[in-house]
Design a protein around this ligand. Structure first.
Ligand code: RB5
Length: 152
């Protein structure tokens, strides 16, 4: 599984911890920046990660900004992206089980980093349950086809 990680300055430190944590586990992780504490614009990094997931170059993405809100708004503009802003292990697991989330969005200014790493682990190992949840996601795909330019 190829995992893209990205953040703005407010998510930088947590994103770096996540990257290190994933590398220690032998995961295939690619860092899309930002690579320092200098102020940057979160949409630039949301676009990089979300486009890679949308086009299938990456299987999963993890995005971090201050609250996670801006990253989730931007990432969800891309077809086939299901970016879930989660604040605890339960919501991270549910975003996989019920929503088949392919991008996990985290809040660097809110979350304790130990909790965030537990969320990442839970999110990566939890499978989508399919069934009735797939029917609901199919409805979201229909919205993409109807309203998103270029979506198939
Ligand atoms: C940056 O100051 C902050 O606005 C950003 O990290 C994020 O929280 C936006 O939603």
């Amino acid at each position: 599984m190829k995992i893209a990680v990205g953040s703005d300055h407010a998510g930088y430190e947590l994103k770096e911890k996540i990257e290190t944590h994933l590398i220690e586990q032998g995961k295939d992780v690619e860092n899309y920046g930002t690579n320092g504490n200098d102020s940057v614009d979160y949409p630039d990094f949301a676009v990089a990660v979300a486009e890679a997931v949308s086009k299938g170059r990456m299987d999963r993405g993890i995005l971090v900004c201050g609250t996670g809100i801006g990253m989730s708004i931007a990432a969800n503009k891309f077809p086939h992206v299901r970016a879930a802003l989660c604040y605890d292990v339960f919501s991270a697991e549910m975003s996989r089980k019920h929503n088949n989330a392919n991008i996990l969005v985290l809040a660097g200014r809110v979350l304790d980093s130990e909790v965030a790493l537990k969320m990442v682990d839970a999110w990566l190992k939890t499978e989508f349950e399919g069934g009735r949840h797939k029917n609901r996601l199919d409805k979201i795909s229909e919205i993409e086809k109807k309203f998103m330019k270029g979506a198939k």
